[in-house]
Ligand binder design. Sequence first.
Ligand code: FES
Length: 62
Amino acid sequence: MNKEEIICSCNGVTVGQIEKAVRLGDCTFEDVKERLKVGRQCTKCKDLVSLYIENFRERIEK
Ligand code: FES
């Protein structure tokens, strides 16, 4: 996984930033949206961001 990959092109948010937000306690898309301003424009990234959040939560909780 490339953590530098931009997942939200509207706001320049990377995979690594999503992971960090989850590590800081964010659990939902809304949490991450609030913290990183992700998904606020076109919202095309919402499903992908949600998927990464789920994925990181599973890994971190194990
Ligand atoms: S790609 Fe995330 S809001 Fe547009």
